[in-house]
Ligand binder design. Structure first.
Ligand code: SF4
Ligand code: SF4
Ligand SMILES: [Zn+2]
Length: 275
C-alpha cells in the first residue's frame, strides 16, 4: 500500500492511499482511497485527453498502386501507435517550433517503400529515429497485388487527445466505486445470490454468505434483485475507487498517470495564482 500526501485537495494532513493490483507494460489497475469524484475524474480526463504522444500527422504519398484511397491510407497511418517515451521529452509541439514546417525539433519522419505481392505492415514503416517507431510490428496497412507499389514519406508530431483521437494514449481509462456488499440478518441462507452472481463474488459457506472477491463485483444488482428477503445490498464505498488505465503502448500507464498528476498540479497552481 502506497501513501501519498493529498496536497492537491488542499486538505492539510489528509492522505490518499494507493494499492496497485496489476501492473504490466500497458495496463495498470490500482485502488485509490481518500479522494473524491471531481479529483479522480479530473485525473481520468487528463490521462485520456491531455498527455502528449506522437502520431503521424502529414503524409506525402509518392506512389500508391493499391486499391486503398490515399486519404484512407493516410488516416490508417495516423492511427498506428508510435513509441513516445523519448519523444515526449525531446520533441516540442509543432505550434511552439519556429521552423514553420517540419524539423527534427518538432517532428520525426518515416519512409514506406514496398512492392507487391504482399501485405504491408507497420514494421515496414522505416523510422528516421530508432527511438520513435511503431509500437507493434503487425498492424496491417494495405495489401499490394503483384507489381503494385507504395511509396510515401510520413511525419509524426506530438499532440494531445483534445485535438484528435489519434493522440489519445489510452485505449481504456475508467474508474468505479470500490464495491461495498453487505448482508443483513434477514438473510435465510438460501444461497440464490451466490448461485446467480455472474462474477463469483459471493459464496455460501457454513450457511453464511461470504464476499470472496469484492473487487470483481460489477455492481450489476442481480443479487439484490434475486434475493427474496432483501437482505443483500450492493453500493460503493465513499472516497474509494478502482482505477484502470490501458494504453496503446505509445506510453506506459505509469508515465501517463505521473504526467496526469503533474498536469493537474500545474492547473491547480494556475488557479491559485489567479485567485
Ligand atoms: S439471496 Fe438473499 S436470503 Fe438468499 S442467501 Fe443471498 S442474501 Fe441471503
Ligand atoms: S452486484 Fe452483481 S457482480 Fe456484484 S455481487 Fe451482486 S450479482 Fe455479483
Ligand atoms: Zn520544427
Amino acid at each position: 500500500m502506497v501513501q501519498v500526501d493529498l496536497e492537491v485537495r488542499g486538505e492539510e494532513g489528509s492522505k490518499m492511499e494507493i494499492d496497485i493490483k496489476k501492473q504490466t507494460d500497458n495496463e495498470l489497475i490500482f485502488i485509490v482511497d481518500g479522494v473524491d469524484v471531481p479529483f479522480i475524474n479530473a485525473i481520468r480526463r487528463i490521462c485520456m485527453m491531455e498527455i502528449p504522444k506522437m502520431a503521424i500527422e502529414d503524409v506525402d504519398i509518392i506512389r500508391n498502386d493499391s486499391t486503398l484511397f490515399d486519404e484512407v491510407l493516410a488516416h490508417r497511418l495516423g492511427l498506428i501507435p508510435i513509441t513516445s517515451s523519448t519523444a515526449s521529452e525531446s520533441i516540442i509541439f509543432a505550434s511552439e517550433c519556429d521552423c514553420g514546417g517540419h524539423c527534427p525539433k518538432c517532428s520525426a519522419s518515416f519512409i514506406l517503400k514496398e512492392k507487391g505481392p504482399k501485405v504491408v505492415y507497420s514494421k515496414d514503416l522505416k523510422p528516421e529515429d530508432p527511438d520513435i517507431k511503431p509500437v507493434y510490428d503487425t498492424v496491417p496497412i494495405l495489401r499490394l497485388k503483384k507489381n503494385e507499389e507504395v511509396e510515401l514519406a510520413a511525419i509524426a508530431q506530438l499532440g494531445i487527445g483534445l485535438e484528435h483521437a489519434k493522440w489519445e494514449p489510452t485505449t481504456a481509462c475508467a474508474y468505479k466505486y470500490y464495491p461495498k456488499i453487505t448482508v443483513d440478518d434477514n438473510c435465510d441462507s438460501c444461497g440464490m445470490c451466490a448461485e446467480e452472481c455472474p462474477r463469483g463474488v459471493l459464496e455460501l459457506k457454513k450457511d453464511k454468505i461470504i464476499v470472496v472477491d469484492a473487487e470483481n463485483c460489477s455492481m450489476c444488482g442481480t443479487c439484490m434483485r434475486i434475493c427474496p428477503t432483501g437482505a443483500i445490498d450492493v453500493g460503493g464505498e465513499e472516497g474509494k475507487f478502482i482505477f484502470r488505465i490501458e494504453t496503446d503502448g505509445s506510453l506506459s500507464p505509469q508515465e501517463i498517470l505521473t504526467k496526469a498528476c503533474e498536469v493537474l498540479s500545474e492547473k491547480t497552481d494556475r488557479i491559485i495564482e489567479f485567485c
